[in-house]
Design a protein around this ligand. Structure first.
Ligand code: PAF
Length: 288
C-alpha cells in the first residue's frame, strides 16, 4: 500500500493505476468497523481503492470538536493495509488548502437547509469543498459514503451530478454495535452512563418507525413521540428530530406519510453530539 502525504505523491500513485477502475473512500480517520464496511464496498466494486484520512477544518464550526477529534494514524494505516487498499492519502492541511486557496463549494435548497444544515451552519459547505477537492485529485469512478451521514450522502450525490463530476456516489448501510448504537468515531467520547443513554437515539427511531408502519398519518405526532423518547435520559438533549421525504428532504407538512421517509435524529449526549437515521418505505396505500 502506498501512503501518500502530499498532492504530488498522490498524483504519482494515481498515475500508476491509470486506465483501471478506482473507488474512493474519504474519511476523517480513527477508523472503525463502519469505515471498514465502506472500504469493503469499494474493494468489491473496483480494481483499486484509494482511502483518504483528513480531519477537514472547514467542516467544523467554532466550539466544535476539531482540536480533540480522535486520531490514530498508525492503526488506521494498518487497518487499510489489511483490507487491501492501494493508496492511503493522508494530506496535511496546507497540502489540501495551500496558501491562496480561495474556493468554497455550496449546495443550496432543501437538501442542505434542514437537519445538520440548520444545526451546524457552514458544515456542508466545508464538506462539499473538501469532497470536490478530493474527487478532483483522486478522479475515482465511484466514491463510497456511509448512510449514517444520510444528508451528507444526498448532498454529495447532488454535487457530483450538478458539477458533472462523473463520479457514481454509492451509499453503504449503517454499521451498528450489538446493542444498536450506530458506530461513530465520536462514541469514544461517551462515559459509561452516557453510552447507555445514547441508545435513546435508536429507541426514538424505532418508535417513529413503528408508528408510521402502523399507519400513523401525522408526521407532527410521530415527531412529538420520537422527541419524547429521545429526551427521556437526563444526559440527552435533543438537537433535532425530523421526518422528511427521501431523497429530496422536504417536510411532510399535512401530507399523509407515504413513500420513502427519512427519520433523522441528532442529540447531545453529555458533551457529545450524535446522529442517527433510518429510511422507511410506506407503500402508496399505506400498506393497509
Ligand atoms: O463523513 C466524513 O467523515 C467527512 O464528512 C468526509 C466525507 C470525509 C469529508 O470530510
Amino acid at each position: 500500500m502506498i501512503v501518500a502525504r502530499g498532492v504530488a505523491e498522490l498524483r504519482r500513485a494515481r498515475a500508476e493505476i491509470e486506465g483501471e477502475s478506482v473507488a474512493f473512500v474519504p474519511t476523517m480517520g480513527f477508523l472503525h468497523a463502519g469505515h471498514l464496511s465502506l472500504v469493503r464496498a469499494a474493494v468489491d466494486r473496483a480494481d483499486h481503492v484509494i482511502v483518504s484520512i483528513f480531519v477537514n477544518p472547514l467542516q467544523f464550526g467554532s466550539g466544535e470538536d476539531l482540536a480533540r477529534y480522535p486520531r490514530d494514524e498508525e492503526s488506521d494505516i494498518e487497518k487499510l493495509r489489511a483490507e487491501g487498499v492501494h493508496t492511503a492519502f493522508l494530506p496535511t492541511v496546507p497540502a489540501l488548502y495551500p496558501p491562496g486557496f480561495a474556493t468554497r463549494v455550496q449546495v443550496r435548497g432543501p437538501l442542505a437547509e434542514r437537519l445538520c444544515g440548520a444545526a451546524r451552519p457552514g458544515h456542508f459547505d466545508g464538506v462539499a469543498t473538501v469532497v470536490t477537492r478530493l474527487l478532483g485529485l483522486v478522479r475515482p469512478r465511484i466514491a463510497v459514503f456511509g448512510e449514517k451521514d444520510y444528508q451528507q450522502l444526498l448532498i454529495v450525490r447532488r454535487l457530483s451530478e450538478d458539477l458533472s463530476l462523473g463520479v457514481e456516489i454509492v451509499g453503504a448501510p449503517i454499521v451498528r454495535e450489538p446493542d444498536g448504537l450506530a458506530m461513530s468515531s465520536r462514541n469514544r467520547y461517551l462515559s459509561e452512563s452516557e453510552r447507555a443513554d445514547a441508545l435513546a437515539l435508536q429507541r426514538a427511531l424505532r418508535s417513529g418507525r413503528e408508528a408510521i408502519e402502523r399507519g400513523g398519518r401525522s408526521a407532527a405526532t410521530a415527531v412529538e413521540n420520537m422527541s419524547r423518547v429521545l429526551s427521556e435520559p437526563a444526559t440527552v438533549k435533543s438537537d433535532y428530530v425530523e421526518l422528511l421525504h427521501e431523497p429530496d428532504l422536504t417536510p411532510f407538512d399535512d401530507d399523509p406519510i407515504r413513500g420513502r421517509v427519512l427519520l433523522a435524529v441528532a442529540a447531545h449526549v453529555g458533551e457529545t453530539r450524535l446522529i442517527d437515521n433510518c429510511v422507511v418505505n410506506i407503500p402508496p396505500d399505506g400498506g393497509q
